[in-house]
Design a binder for this molecule. Structure first.
Ligand code: URA
Length: 428
């Protein structure tokens, strides 16, 4: 084949064969197809889409671009989870130990922050000493030993996604359903778990801005998983406002630790428990929501979390510090200037603002300030009086009037209470 012909084929609405897709991915990973042709192809896919069959071929071609992990030596049904990205999304930090505390092994590979979204790896690295790198044999040994490990994705896995993702990030080709589906599912398939829970975020702070697109993405991924023998369930979750109260790295660890200790807010605990219920169900365990919440209240989930931190070289003397108030040079409280109910706290703006405060990277090589972040004290639906604190901003750089204005722009207060649900739909 010639790449230029294949780009033209998609540009004109053609449908690729498996052989064509395999050829493109192999030659891209081999460095023969250059980035500029691959990005032109991604843009053609944005406009012309891909059939379910093409998406399946692409996913499997991506899986074949690296190694696959064999988790069969770990007994039991291994359940993985993946989120399509969000603001304040500390779900893995709580859900993975919670599920593991029921004896279901969790062997998870997570990613770093991207754009306005945070990444589980960055959050874990805010724990002193914690190592996100492990060889595959050590990763498997840890899961056999304590039932839980969360590490960074091994370089040997899905090489095509590493290249393609970095390229998409800078060519306005991230939010494309077949490309997200193949990116997520190739990683999940290569990572070897038997069952997969997908958290498909929807709304302002997510890649899928509306529920119709999110539904299509979820359906595509669930079908891809099932087609290769992995039990897969997707939940569509609300990302119009940040998830929980904390945004940032150590800040989200603090909220995770508090939630693991039974101190989370009611809505947030229930959201986590519902996701846990789905993961446990995938592993063949039927648990009620009160039974699951009990593991947050009686310390079993937190014990699992601590076991993982210690197994991955985290400093056990630092546990108490994880729930200390954030320690930054500058702090600004955002106060309500009008009374009413919080109607919107736009997740995208708040995510970008957290990044600017130091919690994320503007370029790949930027260093994250683990202490920087935002803590919300009011969420959508809550009543406020004039002067009530809605949020605190934390940074080691001066918090300028522009930054404060950015937070205020993301905020809408109305006279009537609105309610936002966390879980919008389950796709099986
Ligand atoms: N998360 C992924 O892993 N890949 C995407 O393409 C988007 C979100």
């Amino acid at each position: 084949y010639r790449m230029v012909d294949l780009i033209q084929k998609k540009r004109d609405g053609g449908i690729f064969s498996k052989a064509e897709i395999d050829w493109m991915i192999e030659n891209y990973v081999a460095g023969i197809v250059p980035d500029y042709q691959m990005s032109a192809l991604a843009m053609a896919i944005y406009f012309k889409g891909m059939t379910t069959e093409e998406t399946a071929h692409l996913t499997m071609a991506m899986v074949a671009s690296g190694k696959q992990i064999d988790l069969s030596s770990i007994s039991g049904v291994k359940v993985d989870k993946h989120s399509t990205g969000g603001v304040g999304d500390k779900v893995t930090l709580i859900l993975a130990p919670l599920v593991a505390s029921f004896g279901v092994p969790v062997a998870k590979m997570s990613g770093r922050g991207l754009g306005h979204t945070g990444g589980t790896l960055d959050k874990l690295e805010s724990i002193p000493g914690f190592k996100i790198e492990k060889s595959i044999p050590d990763f498997i040994a840890q899961v056999k030993n304590i039932g839980l490990s969360v590490i960074g994705q091994s370089d040997d896995l899905v090489k095509a996604d590493k290249l393609l993702y970095a390229l998409r990030d800078v060519t306005a080709t991230v939010d494309i359903i077949p490309l997200i589906a193949s990116s997520v599912m190739s990683k999940k398939i290569a990572a070897g778990s038997n069952a997969i829970l997908l958290d498909v975020t929807v709304g302002d702070g997510a890649f899928m801005k509306n529920i119709d697109d999110a539904r299509i993405l979820a359906r595509t991924m669930v079908d891809l998983g099932k087609a290769v023998g992995r039990q897969t369930v997707a939940v569509l979750t609300n990302m119009n406002q940040p998830l929980g109260l904390a945004i940032g790295n150590r800040n989200e660890i603090t909220e995770a630790v508090n939630t693991l200790n039974g101190k989370g807010s009611k809505d947030f605990r229930e959201f986590i428990a519902e996701l846990a219920q789905l993961m446990l169900e995938l592993a063949g365990l039927e648990k009620t929501i009160p039974e699951i919440l009990e593991h947050l209240d009686n310390g079993s989930a937190y014990t699992k979390f601590k076991e993982m931190i210690i197994a991955q070289s985290g400093d056990p003397t630092a546990f108490e510090n994880l729930t200390e108030p954030l320690n930054t040079k500058y702090t600004v409280g955002i106060k309500a200037e009008q009374a009413g109910y919080i109607a919107e706290e736009k997740a995208y703006n708040i995510g970008v603002l957290a990044m600017k405060l130091g919690a994320g990277r503007a370029t790949k090589s930027d260093k994250i300030d683990f202490e920087a972040g935002i803590t919300l004290s009011k969420k959508v639906g809550e009543a406020v009086k004039i002067g009530d604190t809605i949020a605190e901003l934390y940074s080691n750089n001066p918090i300028t009037a522009e930054l404060i204005a950015e937070f205020k722009k993301s905020l809408v207060i109305t006279n009537e209470a609105v309610h936002q649900k966390e879980i919008l739909e389950v796709v099986r």
